[in-house]
Design a protein around this ligand. Structure first.
Ligand code: PGA
Length: 257
């Protein structure tokens, strides 16, 4: 029986005003159920204010991206040391929007994953295929290729402490969710690849989130799959009530010994 604690993170992307972000953070902090690890990822300008709103709660702060250097002349970027300093526990790395719109590469993801661990942040490493890649039968080739790169610079104990989010690009923000069986098939393949690379003991510890149109009404069926250990939630994390429903589904689906 697995002892993986489910982990659900709300990716707020470039949404919300400062007041809305702080209010939402407070609501989630006050009402998050036990039995699930929870994070929220506000836009970078709100990290400090949201850190304050979460203070003393079990909800962790996440950044949406990081640079790999600790400091330097990189206009527009934030370093992992700065993110840690402002109170982040997690950082999302390699989100498909970064890959598709902002030129994120597998090599960059590998460096950022390394840097996250160097600065005590838990990386949420995102992988997943586009619709064209799925239709061409390349789902596992693409996803496992991204996975290999993302974990390439990590030691086994760092791999074990990382989170990987499988997010099929065709399911993100589209209202089209992978079926629990489709998601489980890829999650199982991801865990098998991690086992090949790092050993079965490490692979059994890595938490694998599903992401892509997760909502209150589909969360329970996804979380019930043996290799799905939580969710990375975009649109449905922007309202406290819906996000809390997803947290409850994850908490009830927890397969704790
Ligand atoms: P979505 O986004 O839940 O709005 O599909 C998920 C994500 O991009 O992480």
């Amino acid at each position: 029986m697995s002892a993986r604690l489910p982990v659900v993170v709300g990716n707020w992307k470039m949404h919300l005003s400062l007041d809305e972000a702080v209010t939402l953070a407070r609501d989630v902090a006050e009402r998050a159920p036990g039995g699930v690890e929870v994070g929220v990822a506000p836009s970078a300008p709100y990290l400090g204010a949201v850190a304050q709103a979460l203070r003393g709660s079990r909800v962790g702060l996440s950044a949406q991206d990081t640079h790999w250097e600790a400091a330097g002349a990189f206009t527009g970027e934030a370093s992992p040391a700065q993110l840690k300093g402002v109170g982040c526990r997690y950082v999302i790395i390699g989100h498909s929007e970064r890959r598709q719109l902002f030129g994120e590469t597998d090599a960059g993801v590998a460096k950022k994953a390394r840097a996250a661990h160097d600065h005590g942040l838990t990386p949420i490493l995102c992988v997943g295929e586009t619709l064209a890649e799925r239709e061409a039968g390349r789902t596992l080739a693409v996803t496992l290729g991204q996975l290999d790169a993302a974990f390439s610079a990590l030691r086994p104990e760092e791999a074990a402490a990382s989170i990987c989010a499988y997010e099929p690009v065709w399911a993100i923000g589209t209202g089209r969710t992978a079926t629990p069986e489709q998601a489980q098939e890829v999650h199982r393949a991801i865990r098998a690849r991690l086992a090949e690379r790092f050993g079965a003991g490490v692979a059994a510890q890595v938490r694998l989130q599903y992401g892509g149109s997760v909502k209150a009404d589909n969360a329970a069926a996804l979380m019930a799959q043996p290799d799905i250990d939580g969710a990375l939630v975009g649109g449905a994390s922007l309202k406290a009530a819906g996000f809390l429903d997803i947290l409850r589904a994850a908490s009830q689906g927890a397969r704790l010994p």
